[in-house]
Design a protein. Structure first.
Length: 252
């Protein structure tokens, strides 16, 4: 069998001594899209942050493998350079740093280069902005400064396109978006995946609407830090009908 792209084995994590993840097992293979759903406070965003190496969380047991290598002790920048990408639920604004400046630095780090041509970045940026239906003036604006919620999320998709990750963690990309903005962002994610079909994605979401646009191969339900059920896309529809109460009872 081929080596999984990402594999979590009995992953436990805590914040400030309080347990949040309580033994998560999860496997993503090349090109797969998995959805992670669950009630508020279940640990969904924590799981994405722990995979990315957020220093606010401590791994207390278990392992995280990327292409068969245990990366649990790696720093966030080491994980990012290896191709793990996190699209934030609430992307931060960085005043004084333009989108193109930020991407130039990020792409150089991702590719292990000390320097990257501004012209090369601008050409790639212009191509992807056109494909994602974004105004070219967007590139000169300060990163997320004064951006609407939809613009911030589209900027995350733009970063994902240019950084070419091997696995993308999309942390509630649909949060705060109306249905039209959600469709624009989802279309952008599909466009990136069409260009990079080997990229895997873990989509963290509360809502089935996003999964109607980004078709997952598997859906996982996380309750109280544990995956209590996994299944196909039909599981998301079951959640839409029943809510999470049935799975809360299972976890109890």
């Amino acid at each position: 069998m081929p080596t999984p792209l990402i594999e979590l084995r009995n992953l436990h994590a805590s914040a400030d001594g309080a347990p949040i993840l309580r033994g998560v097992n999860l496997t993503l293979n090349i090109g797969e899209v998995h959805a992670l759903m669950g009630p508020n406070g279940a640990g969904k965003s924590t799981l994405a942050s722990v995979i990315m190496g957020h220093p606010g969380y401590e791994i207390t047991a278990g392992e995280i493998f990327l292409n068969g290598e245990n990366i649990a002790e790696w720093t966030p920048d080491e994980r990012a350079r290896a191709g793990i990408f996190l699209a934030f639920q609430y992307p931060e604004a960085i005043s004084g740093v333009s989108v193109v400046q930020f991407l130039r630095q990020a792409i150089a780090a991702r590719k292990g280069l000390e320097e990257l041509s501004v012209l090369e970045v601008r050409l790639d940026l212009a191509e992807w902005m056109d494909r994602l239906g974004m105004d070219p003036a967007f590139a000169e604006r300060h990163l997320n400064d004064g951006f609407s919620g939809g613009e911030r999320k589209r900027n995350e998709v733009l970063q994902m396109a240019l950084l070419e990750p091997v696995v993308a963690l999309l942390d509630e990309t649909d949060s705060g978006l109306d249905i039209d903005a959600l469709r624009v962002v989802a279309r952008g994610v599909r466009t990136v995946r069409d260009e990079h079909p080997e990229m895997a994605a873990l989509v963290v979401t509360h809502y089935v609407k996003l999964l109607d646009e980004i078709k997952p191969d598997q859906v996982h339900i996380l309750v109280d830090g544990r995956i209590v059920q996994s299944g196909g896309p039909e599981l998301a529809q079951e959640i839409e009908t029943k809510g999470y109460d049935a799975w809360k009872a299972v976890d109890a």
